[in-house]
Design a protein around this ligand. Structure first.
Ligand SMILES: NC(=O)c1ccc[n+]([C@@H]2O[C@H](COP(=O)([O-])OP(=O)(O)OC[C@H]3O[C@@H](n4cnc5c(N)ncnc54)[C@H](OP(=O)(O)O)[C@@H]3O)[C@@H](O)[C@H]2O)c1
Length: 496
């Protein structure tokens, strides 16, 4: 049976002080109450990867453990058990430290994975978690206090130090709340308190929150999903404050981006499902990472929905918009021919700089068929990205090539769309209605697409165009998008 043990604590000492002790693989006998004696085989140093320590537990049993990795830069080490009297099979553990924001305390995570016989799983999980890890936290605190390193030593006679985790604190923050469906004026900033994360959540201090057209539909009440009173927003970027008890692989201080079906992103601090979070690589700024949802949508449209190939043609409605300008750059990087609609010559210029070969400035109710057929030599487009809803769908189908595919990704008007399948049959057309979340519930797939996006941002194949607004001005941001005055993507920045 596979077992994961994950324990964490905050130690009241700076990270350098804590790491100075823990980095020595042979230091346990000084501070861990369960360890009686410890020595390195072949006199190896306590920071030498591959070295083996042999130690004797207080009860007399002996273990051998090997250091597998050691990083002074990351304040982390990994080790495995080579020999043990207990059936801790394939046991690999990681010790990782992170500075707490105030700089004077250290977050310590100790976690392991191993196999154990089913009838002993509970016993061994408890033994590792309590008698090794939690006892280790207590032991190190006492050791540091004895050295006089702690700022606040325990008073005499106090009960044994309690493992202090970050969990449980309510954090003050500000969030945009909508109490009624309607116009942008209903987006109001107010004070909130954010509870500790649930076991599978992380709490994030956000730095960049992208506005999606979906948020406007939620606010207006034409797209279901935002319960009132509620906070709009389905994606964000920030730094993890703390993690729930069952979260693996994410740590306080990690920079992450997420996208989530459930709204709630227009906030300074929020809790979100850990599975939706993607750690950010160093070369991607928080603002650029806030294009996650749109970038991932671009990737799945091209790669999965259309299975687009070089030389094919794609038409993107609102090509100068948030999704549009990322999709056109991505399509161009795949050698597609990109046609796009825009509502002004300024936007046409902008879209040309962002991968669109043929911007078409649309005028009210003028069909596009003549322009599209001219550009494609009468063939029509292979792929059409449709966001105007019922309006213009007939025109879209008329512009498709034989076997062409129209993906209806949005409906600005919120009107129902009817479809005559016999019309599709006449030229083997496809109409699909992809929604990004249905694809990205597959987390490995989401991570793959996100990393493709980040790689394209890092190597500047995609350069996001971003206009920022303070979080408290979310109403201005919505107003500007709805009056078609934005190019690129709009991002809200919470107050410091
Ligand atoms: N299905 C999915 O998974 C998915 C994922 C992401 C986005 N989307 C959809 O893709 C579309 C683009 O999303 P986005 O967040 O990047 O928004 P956006 O394109 O930045 O939205 C603003 C742009 O939409 C165009 N627009 C056309 N008619 C409009 C109208 N009546 N009112 C306001 N704007 C109008 C305007 O461009 P012009 O002035 O140049 O026309 C405007 O600049 C939206 O429909 C969204 O719902 C779907």
């Amino acid at each position: 049976m596979k077992i994961t043990v994950n324990r964490s604590a905050v130690i009241d000492a700076p990270i350098d002080r804590v790491w100075a002790v823990l980095r020595d693989f042979n230091s346990h006998e000084q501070w861990h109450p369960a360890v009686d004696r410890s020595e390195m085989e072949n006199d190896a140093g306590g920071d030498v990867v591959g070295s083996v320590r042999r130690f004797c537990l207080a009860g007399g049993s002996e273990l051998r453990e090997q250091l597998l990795s050691h990083s002074d830069r990351e304040h982390t080490l990994t080790y495995c058990i080579l020999d043990s009297p207990l059936p801790l099979l394939d046991y690999v553990a990681t010790v990782r430290l992170k500075p707490v924001t105030d700089g004077n305390r250290t977050f310590w995570e100790w976690r392991s994975r191993f196999r154990a016989p089913g009838d002993r799983a509970g016993e061994l999980e408890g033994l590792v978690g309590r008698q090794i890890y939690e006892a280790g936290f207590t032991g190190l605190r006492t050791f540091l206090a004895d050295e006089g390193a702690l700022a606040r030593p325990e008073p005499p006679g106090a009960s044994p130090p309690v493992v202090e985790t970050v969990e449980g604190e309510l954090l003050p923050s500000r969030a945009v709340t909508v109490t009624d469906h309607g116009g942008p004026d209903l987006l109001l900033l107010s004070d909130v308190t954010v509870p500790a994360p649930d076991p599978q959540e992380v709490r994030i201090r956000q730095t960049a929150i992208a506005v999606n057209y979906l948020d406007i539909g939620h606010r207006r009440g034409i797209v279901p999903g935002l319960e009132l009173p509620g906070t709009p927003g389905v994606e964000g970027v920030g730094e993890i404050v703390d993690v729930g008890a069952q979260v693996n692989g994410l740590f306080p201080g990690d920079r992450v981006a997420y996208m989530a079906r459930a709204p709630g992103a227009y906030a300074g601090i929020r809790c979100v499902d850990a599975g939706a979070c993607i750690p950010l690589p160093a070369g991607v700024s928080d603002k650029d990472a806030s294009t996650l949802l749109k970038g991932v949508t671009a990737a799945l449209l091209l790669g999965r929905v259309f299975r687009a190939a070089p030389g094919e043609t794609i038409l993107i409605q609102a090509v100068a918009g948030g999704l549009g300008h990322l999709l056109s750059q991505w399509a161009k990087s795949m050698d597609l021919i990109v046609i796009g609609t825009v509502s002004s010559t300024e936007k046409a210029r902008f879209s040309r700089d962002h991968g669109c070969d043929h911007p078409i400035v649309i005028e009210d109710a003028r069909p596009l068929q003549a322009d599209v057929m001219r550009i494609t030599n009468g063939r029509g487009v292979d792929h059409w990205v449709h966001s105007s809803g019922a309006r213009g769908l007939d025109d879209a189908l008329a512009c498709l090539s034989r076997c062409g595919h129209c993906a209806v990704i949005g409906g600005r008007d919120g009107q129902p769309i009817s479809l005559d399948v016999n019309l599709l049959k006449q030229r083997s057309l496809t109409v699909s209605a992809p929604v990004c979340f249905d694809y990205t519930d597959d987390r490995p797939y989401l991570h793959r697409l996100a990393h493709q996006l980040f790689a394209k941002i890092q190597n500047r194949t995609i350069i996001p165009a971003i206009e920022t607004f303070p979080l408290g001005k979310a109403s201005d941001a919505h107003r500007k998008i709805e009056s078609r005055q934005t190019t690129g993507t709009v991002v809200l920045i919470p107050d410091k």
